[in-house]
Write a protein that binds this ligand. Structure first.
Ligand code: PAP
Length: 345
């Protein structure tokens, strides 16, 4: 049985989290849901609303709507999460390209231990989300010891707004963020939520996007937090767009590698490593793998894994929104973005 320390060296990049768990010996289900009762008095005082599918309760905490189970997780995270200087956090608003960026960042960072064209690459047997610990999920389950046990460099994933993950003004680690055109995000969110509730009307999800009342929302405040940090500290926060990844994934993978301090060498360029990473993480390739077709996302979230690989394109909003709906959301977003240097036109 390997030890965690023997599974990776800093040069080899992050250990796939699912593999690390085998060594840590954690049973996902037995240790989950520890923290829901913590801070119950505080949670009960927070403004509340129902999520669009009417199932989960949201609470407004520090300016963001969070699922109520995530409030104690965030409090614990803010108090106890200690970033290491070589940590990397992949961050996003849900349905904006998380799965893809998880895969690309893992494949880029781990390319020495796992050549991307290799038949035994972890992304050929694991869903991209299984390769990275999900911060709020771990803190929700009282499982932060697993994070501590991971060898450096750690690669982690979150949907949390920046100040909740990295409260200090200058992040003590690197953060890679991906945003997406909000109308396409809304459409993707609706399709995803429908897997749990098939009769959910698109208009209900659309209204919650316009109101900012989605889990981890408002989306504009989420995006702007990371955007501003990326302009103030470009060496700490890399800001990517889903649409740019679609347009030129190889260019963005090179940019990602430079940001991570591990640019592709001439030998790697000659060997086609960038293209191998792009191919490995492409929508069509990942969608076809058993790891992404069979099973559910999480023992606690009964959504089939294939829900993460629906369409993988931009502009699908035209098939779901009237012109009035589109211009209404465009106006709301443009208003929020005014003067920030960021836009979705
Ligand atoms: P999450 O927040 O639940 O993790 P996330 O991965 O952020 O979801 O978003 C899912 C979207 O990314 C889906 O978009 P769609 O509904 O418009 O199709 C999904 O298809 C897309 N996606 C997932 N993997 C890839 C990929 N490798 N390349 C391009 N798009 C992808």
């Amino acid at each position: 049985m390997p030890t965690l320390a023997s599974m990776a060296t800093p040069e080899e990049g992050p250990v796939p989290f699912e593999d690390a768990l085998v060594v840590i010996g954690t049973n996902l289900l037995s240790s989950s849901q520890h923290r829901e009762e913590e801070h119950a008095d505080l949670v009960a005082t927070l403004p509340s609303a129902l999520e669009a599918n009417g199932v989960k309760k949201l609470r407004l905490y520090q300016g963001f709507w969070l699922r109520d189970i995530h409030v104690p997780a965030v409090i614990a995270l803010q108090r106890r999460f200690q970033p290491r200087h070589d940590d990397v956090i992949v961050a996003s608003f849900p349905k904006c390209g998380t799965t893809w960026l998880n895969a690309l960042t893992f494949a880029t960072m781990a390319r020495r231990a796992y050549p991307p064209a290799g038949a035994d690459h972890p992304l050929r047997r694991l869903n991209p989300h299984q390769c990275l610990p999900f911060l709020e999920g771990l803190f929700q389950g009282g499982r932060e010891a697993e994070l501590e046990a991971l060898p450096s460099p750690r690669l982690m994933n979150t949907h949390m707004p920046l100040p909740m993950v990295v409260p200090s003004a200058v992040p003590g680690c690197r953060v890679v963020y991906v945003c997406r055109e909000p109308k396409d995000m809304a459409v993707s969110a609706w399709h995803f939520l429908r897997r749990l509730q098939p009769d959910l009307a698109f208009s209900v999800v659309f209204e919650s996007v316009c109101d900012g009342r989605m889990a981890f929302g408002p989306v504009w405040d989420h995006v702007l937090g990371y955007w501003r940090a990326s302009t103030a500290m470009p060496d700490k926060v890399l800001f990517l767009r889903y649409e740019e990844l679609l347009r030129d994934p190889a260019d963005k993978v090179r940019k990602l590698a430079r940001f991570l301090g591990m640019p592709f060498s001439a030998a790697e360029e000659d060997a086609g490593t960038v293209d191998s990473i792009v191919r490995l993480c492409s929508f069509d390739h990942l969608k076809g793998l058993d790891a992404n077709k069979i099973g559910h996302l999480d023992p606690l979230l009964p959504v089939p894994r294939d829900a993460l690989f629906r369409n993988g394109a931009s502009g699908d909003w035209v098939n779901h929104m009237t012109a009035e709906m589109a211009s209404r959301l465009d106006r709301i977003v443009a208003d929020k973005m005014r003067g920030t240097g960021l836009n979705f036109r």
